[in-house]
Write a protein that binds this ligand. Structure first.
Ligand SMILES: [Fe+2]
Length: 175
């Protein structure tokens, strides 16, 4: 399946990876973010924020478990460190957002979350991933991508990954 997809798209491993797990995070994030803008009721906003939090939490977990540890040793130390820092910032904003839609400053927290995620995604896509693609061979990237996709699906199926964000942000992933 992975190979067929990789072949049919004629793309490198890292893009293959993106075309799968990022479908669940980046695109989902953009959809949710638009939905949030037009949401009026607090209950609706809360639901969207839960959805956003689950997807971002899943994204952070699989990257921190598979992607970053695999690439950090190969001359990408600075990028990996920056990515961990940004994940931490995102997690802290998620936690604030999960405190409740009725809290003062809620819309501002979501706006900050949006800005941080957009910046993170842009850096990963335009700077970090292309660099990694030059450093790691396609087969290895494909294996990493597949592990990430499988894990992401398991994490999402297990329930609410947003519930892990508090522990993860109190005890950040090793930088
Ligand atoms: Fe990330």
């Amino acid at each position: 399946m992975a190979h067929a997809l990789h072949k049919s798209n004629n793309i490198g491993g890292i893009q293959w990876k993106r075309s799968n797990y990022s479908k669940h995070s980046t695109e989902k994030w953009r959809r949710c973010s638009k939905k949030f803008d037009s949401a009026e009721e607090d209950s609706e906003k809360r639901k969207i924020v839960f959805d956003i939090a689950d997807n971002l939490a899943g994204h952070a977990t699989i990257e921190e478990r598979y992607f970053y540890p695999n690439v950090r040793e190969r001359a990408t130390e600075e990028d990996v460190k920056e990515a961990y820092d940004e994940h931490l910032e995102i997690k802290e904003l998620i936690l604030q957002g999960l405190n409740g839609t009725e809290r003062p400053g809620f819309d501002g927290i979501v706006a900050a979350l949006k800005g941080t995620v957009e910046h993170h995604v842009e850096e990963e896509e335009n700077e970090f991933f292309p660099k990694v693609k030059k450093l790691i061979d396609e087969d290895a990237l494909e294996a990493i991508g597949q592990a990430m996709e499988t894990e992401f699906e398991e994490i999402m199926a297990e329930g609410a990954p947003r519930d892990n964000v508090r522990v993860e942000s109190e005890k950040p992933a090793a930088i």
